[in-house]
Write a protein that binds this ligand. Structure first.
Ligand code: UT7
Length: 324
């Protein structure tokens, strides 16, 4: 039975030029390159200059994705932008990106699921395309996470960073099988009982700005367990085994989480796309940044089956399967 599929026809990314190494951080907080490398796999991160907003990073990533998709911005009628660090409380950062790209048709809005934001945004866009109301979508993950970090807190400031990644989706006719190109499956979850393990201690309704607070050890354990279960569900629901996956493009929070999840699902480590060493944790931007890197260097090829996953504050978590 034929089925419409949302196919990714291009990807792009943008990283602010300023690189901060572990050694740089060790000069300002009580940490070492050895600790950060051993506990997280992170060696460096990109940090946006003060005058650079989330919309600026997102617009650059979107332009790159449009160029690589070979289409003009005027063809886009849907923008879904995942971010936990919007320019303003309102309007949505996606609206600014829409204007920056000169798009005056369709609609644009933000999705807030923190580090799982890209998985949620891609699912939302896919469903809107499938409903038949839109034709071509930009899905963007963009963050200036450095703005919500307490730079004197060594337990969080070494982990997070800035960046943006984007993909262009268009509907194409598939056969309705797992061999189709495009988005094949999505599994989304959230559970607010874990809110206090990873959060920002402020926000508009509280009348104060805040910083990221995290119970790292607890988040680590939940991440491995919940992401592992989500992926197992994805494989079972689609009659797949881990050997069927060509590329695993996980949210880049910690190399040890990536290794533990790959081990749990018995996936060969050569299939795991790792950028956490260079980008650190860019929250909603981390998956499209990693995906685009693997596309750019030729690892991801047409027809490859790709698995993505993430867990973020809330908790929110989930996994997706798509064929490139
Ligand atoms: O993307 C959203 C999801 N987020 C995550 O998935 C993050 C999940 N958590 C993690 O990645 C890890 O838990 C961390 C990297 C945050 C921490 O690693 P850990 O192995 O769980 O370390 P820990 O929190 O148990 O801390 C061990 C020690 C502590 O010292 P004591 O109490 O043993 O004396 C910390 O104070 O390491 C200390 N420590 C540091 N030392 C040097 C914490 N941060 C640092 C630091 N430099 N930056």
């Amino acid at each position: 039975m034929s089925k419409q599929r949302s196919v990714i026809i291009g990807s792009g990314s943008y990283l602010p030029p300023n690189i901060v190494t572990n050694e740089d951080l060790a000069k300002t907080v009580d940490t070492t390159d050895e600790w950060i490398t051993a506990r997280t796999g992170i060696k460096q991160r990109h940090i946006a200059d003060k005058d650079m907003l989330t919309s600026d990073l997102a617009t650059e990533a979107a332009k790159d994705a449009l160029k690589n998709a070979g289409i003009d911005a005027s063809e886009i009628d849907l923008i879904v932008l995942a971010t936990a660090t919007p320019n303003r409380t309102f309007p949505a950062t996606a609206i600014t990106v829409q204007a920056n790209l000169g798009i005056t048709q369709g609609c644009a809005f933000d999705v807030q699921a923190v580090c799982s934001g890209f998985v949620f945004a891609l699912t939302v866009a896919d469903n809107m395309l499938q409903a038949g109301n839109f034709k071509k979508a930009l899905v963007i993950g963009a963050e200036t996470f450095s703005r919500i970090i307490d730079w004197t807190d060594r337990t969080t400031c070494v982990l997070f960073a800035d960046g943006a990644g984007a993909v262009v989706l268009e509907t194409q006719q598939g056969k309705g099988t797992i061999a189709d190109r495009g988005i094949l499956y999505s599994h989304l979850r959230s559970d607010g009982r874990y809110e206090d393990m990873l959060y920002v201690d402020g926000g508009p309704s509280q009348g104060k700005e805040g910083f990221v607070k995290m119970s790292g050890n607890d988040v680590f354990k939940h991440a491995v367990k919940k992401i592992g279960a989500s992926i197992e569900q994805a494989l079972t629901d689609n009659n797949l085994v881990s050997d069927d996956i060509d590329w695993f493009v996980p949210h880049q929070a910690n190399k040890r989480i990536l290794d533990a999840v790959a081990k749990r699902i018995k996936l060969d480590e050569s299939k795991v796309v790792v950028t956490v060493d260079k980008h650190a944790n860019t929250s909603a931007a981390s998956i499209p940044l990693a995906l685009h890197e693997a596309v750019k260097d030729g690892r991801v090829k047409k027809g490859d089956l790709i698995l993505i996953e993430a867990l973020g504050g809330g908790f929110t978590w989930g996994s997706m399967l798509f064929r490139w």
